[in-house]
Design a protein around this ligand. Sequence first.
Ligand SMILES: [Zn+2]
Length: 387
Amino acid sequence: MFRQHVTTQLSAFAHGELSHDDSQRIAAHLRDCERCRQAYEEIILGVRLAESLALRTAPAALWEKIESALPPPTSAASSATSSVASLSAGATSHHTAPLEPEHGWLPFALNHQLLAGAAAMLVITLGLGAWWFNGPSTRAAWEVARLSGAPTIDADRINATGQLGIGEWLETDEASRAKIKVADIGQVEIDPGTRVRLVETKASEHRLELARGRMHATIWAPPRLFFVDTPSAVAADLGCAYTLEVDERGRSLLHVTSGWVALETPVRESFVPAGGACLTEPGTGPGTPFFVDASETFRRALSRLDFEHGGAAESLDIILAESRTRDTLTLWHLLSRTDDAARRRVYERLAQLDAPPAGVTRDGALRLDQTMLDAWKDQLELSWWRE
Ligand SMILES: [Zn+2]
């Protein structure tokens, strides 16, 4: 399949510098392309690193030192400056043009003073990055609009609208509904009987906690900017719309209507595409994702396998027998959640429904080689998006 990768535009995308149409196009590409998604995650990591640096004003004397450290303008100096500029562009640094030996300039020809100057410039650039990310884009509160009834923020009733600050709880009773504007990246509708708290809002991360009840999120931001903490897993938005609900026992149900969501705990991750759903339970974390149009027999067997001990072999029999091509979503996740004989059976059924691509071997898949599993997933995704 032909793909026009978007790596060169990812930095601008992460910084919100692209037009709405370009952003949408790139978000769509990221949903489908593992390679660009990884590059994007590196960029976001760089943004977080910049955010974690303390912001200091550079002493005036530093500029003089930098100036005196720089040699008179020659071609060598301009190469050095441009490579520092590329480096300071963060995770896009691997696109830096290789040094050209024919110009007779090699990195180890740099003297210490020039290196010190370059390091100082890098620190300043990262500092400016931190200012940029913490500066104009930061918002301390989200707008809340009352849709019906009497929603409260930290126990105070709101009128037509209110402001949800960091740490504050928005609560709806059985007759209330509300809508939250998620910074400038999306919106969340809150159903009756729901409790949510704004945990964090900054350019690289917006986070809600859903303690109980149900919310519908529509997010048009780049992936991995919007998170929802639930008692049993974290829902990470990968550019999507979804419904998430939490019951009184802390179990949750995620149903994705467009794009992708990842449900995560420190030890487990479930990728849920549009049309898919996933249950989570405290102590167990996210179960295995499935398509909501899978047979009821299939879904019941999967729930037993994920959350009820005993009858595992019998449940797996049913899941394998009932699997359609699209249910490779479930089988692919099950590969790493089963052992020995069960994993071999999952592999056989998966390979029968959608044979592994070149480079993915049976042995590799069975020993859970991550590169091979990812390559297979890239192929399987084509059937997950259909219908
Ligand atoms: Zn790509």
